[in-house]
Design a binder for this molecule. Structure first.
Ligand SMILES: C[S@@+](CC[C@H](N)C(=O)[O-])C[C@H]1O[C@@H](n2cnc3c(N)ncnc32)[C@H](O)[C@@H]1O
Length: 331
């Protein structure tokens, strides 16, 4: 069974200490209630991942674990077969003992767009909300973060993360907890909070912004990346049904609207640092994710539109700082 006890030990004398009042009971409930589905099968695979400490790791320019020289061709094939049991792999890529996990998303491209604009992560305590398989968490560690905590309710992403961590070395201060943002108490503790690719999945985006704010220390930095549309501060798309075949998209604001929402939630120093139309090369079907991908979500006769006729996915990265609490918002 996946254990969170080393995380509890590591935060016992940190500024996340007060999380221990509620976290063990929430995760204990998760462990008791997630006995169904594929989790037991994936946990068995995780228990087979006993491999040598990697002779090299790189989290600065990529996520690379092991030079590829430590395993025999037969051992490499066996490891690849085990890792394929966690398909589909969506967020990556990972290079593990010479095995290239070519994921659906080039998450490294997103990191390249974001990293140049954020406050240096050196010695910072970081929260990655909706972290997926944890790809960006390894890059945050590579950028010098003291501790990286990711939350994501998907059991498959947890298992993919655990697989990578077991191969990288369990001592790395990177942790994924199977939680939704709504399950976190206001921790007021993180130096940087990332929410990338999550806001449009939330039914109440303003509440999402307030929940993110609650996790930051005063003066801490929010890095928000989300789908946007063109338009002024009153422009918000609420798809009637699906958007790009996704059935869980609620609000896609314009950059101006999003900046207004952040201001209303009492963030300061709000700046949009990047906008980008998602390229077909960034999100695509691969050998490790053989299902439909972006090309099937777009209108084949006009790739500037989704199959539903909305604007094709465009993303913005916005950075903002947590201001002193505003009493009006606390009520
Ligand atoms: C589009 S993915 C983004 C992954 C990654 N952050 C990235 O930018 O590539 C959205 C992620 O949010 C997670 N998610 C969904 N609901 C959530 C919630 N309530 N709290 C935290 N994460 C959530 C999903 O499981 C999924 O992994």
């Amino acid at each position: 069974m996946i254990s969170f006890s080393s995380f509890y030990q590591q935060i016992a004398d940190s500024n996340l200490q007060h999380w221990l009042e509620t976290l063990p009971s929430i995760l204990g409930k998760w462990q008791r209630e997630h006995k169904h589905g594929n989790l037991p099968k994936w946990e068995k695979v995780l228990n087979k991942l006993h491999y040598p400490v990697p002779d090299q790791v790189d989290f600065i320019d990529s996520v690379t674990i092991g030079s590829g020289e430590q395993l025999s061709p037969g051992e490499k094939e066996k490891l690849e077969n085990l890792l394929r049991l966690f398909m589909p792999w969506r967020k990556g890529p990972f290079h593990i003992h010479g095995i290239h996990i070519d994921t659906e998303w080039r998450s490294d491209w997103k990191w390249d767009r974001v990293k140049q604009h954020i406050s240096p992560l050196k010695n910072r305590t970081v929260l990655d909300v909706g972290c997926g398989s944890g790809y960006h968490m390894w890059r945050m560690l590579g950028a010098g973060a003291k501790r990286v905590v990711g939350i994501d309710p998907s059991p498959l992403f947890l298992c993919q993360f655990e697989a990578v961590k077991r191969l990288a070395g369990t001592h790395h201060p990177v942790h994924l907890l199977p939680l939704g943002i709504e399950e976190l108490p206001p921790l007021d503790a993180f130096d940087t909070v990332f929410s990338m690719g999550v806001l449009y999945h939330r039914r109440s985006p303003i509440d999402h912004l307030l929940q993110l704010r609650d996790q930051l220390r005063t003066g801490g930095e929010l890095v928000l990346e989300t789908l946007v549309i063109d338009g002024d501060e009153n422009a918000v798309l609420v798809p009637e049904d699906r958007y790009g075949k996704m059935n869980n998209v609620w609000f896609i604001p314009s950059v101006a609207a999003l900046m207004l929402w952040l201001k209303k939630c009492d963030f300061t120093d709000i700046r949009c640092v990047d906008t980008d139309i998602t390229a077909l090369e960034e999100q695509r079907r691969t050998d490790w994710m053989p299902n439909e991908s972006l090309v099937e979500y777009l209108d084949p006769t006009d790739m500037t539109k989704t199959v539903e006729g909305y604007s094709a996915p465009k993303r913005a990265t916005i950075i903002a700082v947590k201001n002193q609490p505003n009493q009006d918002l606390l009520g």
